[in-house]
Write a protein that binds this ligand. Sequence first.
Ligand SMILES: NC(=O)c1ccc[n+]([C@@H]2O[C@H](COP(=O)([O-])OP(=O)(O)OC[C@H]3O[C@@H](n4cnc5c(N)ncnc54)[C@H](OP(=O)(O)O)[C@@H]3O)[C@@H](O)[C@H]2O)c1
Length: 259
Amino acid sequence: MTSQRHLAEMFSLDGLVAVVTGGSSGIGRAIAGALARAGAGVVIVARREAELAAAVDELAADGCRAAWVSADLGTRDGVRAAAERAAGVFGEPDILVNSAGINLRPPMGELDDAVWDATMAVNLEAPYLLGQRFGPGMAERGFGRIIHVSSQQAHRAFVQSGAYGVSKGALESLARSQAEAWSPHGVTCNALVPGFVLTPLNSRLASDQETVAALARRTLVGRNGLAEDFAGAAVFLAGRSSGYITGQAIFVDGGFSAH
Ligand SMILES: NC(=O)c1ccc[n+]([C@@H]2O[C@H](COP(=O)([O-])OP(=O)(O)OC[C@H]3O[C@@H](n4cnc5c(N)ncnc54)[C@H](OP(=O)(O)O)[C@@H]3O)[C@@H](O)[C@H]2O)c1
């Protein structure tokens, strides 16, 4: 067997369809690109159309199959409508990546209902509702991959974890509940756990050079994360060779969590 064929059998996503929320920016954009370049037809979902179009144009220029759906995942109706429109592009997805997320970071004492509700809606309810919409179909077809993007703050509190840390802790529990339900039918459900990654989500924190340097020092690799660091893990978890890995939180964090 040639190495090309072996690699394709292990990791190719040819013929699969992926929906990637938050695929227009940061970690989600890097994951969407990696899945598309590995052969999947990818539909990215977020709100801002210019960013969505730019991400899809870049993939199309590389010969990838990609499309976008503009939707607000902050409301249940918005999520449900987005799911139908996304499934209407290349068909029902085999792979669902939940990367859309917000981190509003008010100090705990100033956390109000609006911040709590907005955080839970985008970070937790949207992944839950998309799972409810797509998970049973994946199980029925005997193959599926659900990948959530969690956070260190699911495991430890720092830099104002507030509602955000709560939403990510629950997201990892959601992966386990989904794995319990659907993994007997070929659907794996896992979470990727980033460290500190320089993306638009962190623009405010990123301007504090001292904190950025301190976070880099907390890793074992010696630097903060890049969106591209998630490409390999996402392709692996989305592919056929990772079928025995489920219900896990997989840290892609340069060793941030290892000490
Ligand atoms: N960067 C980090 O250090 C870090 C660390 C741990 C975990 N994470 C997690 O990684 C994921 C990706 O973060 P990132 O750093 O890549 O952030 P980012 O660059 O800000 O991207 C966030 C994405 O989510 C979309 N989004 C936000 N609110 C939405 C809504 N209401 N409806 C639809 N789409 C929405 C954004 O597009 P629109 O604004 O156009 O809607 C964008 O595509 C998040 O879940 C985040 O919590 C990031």
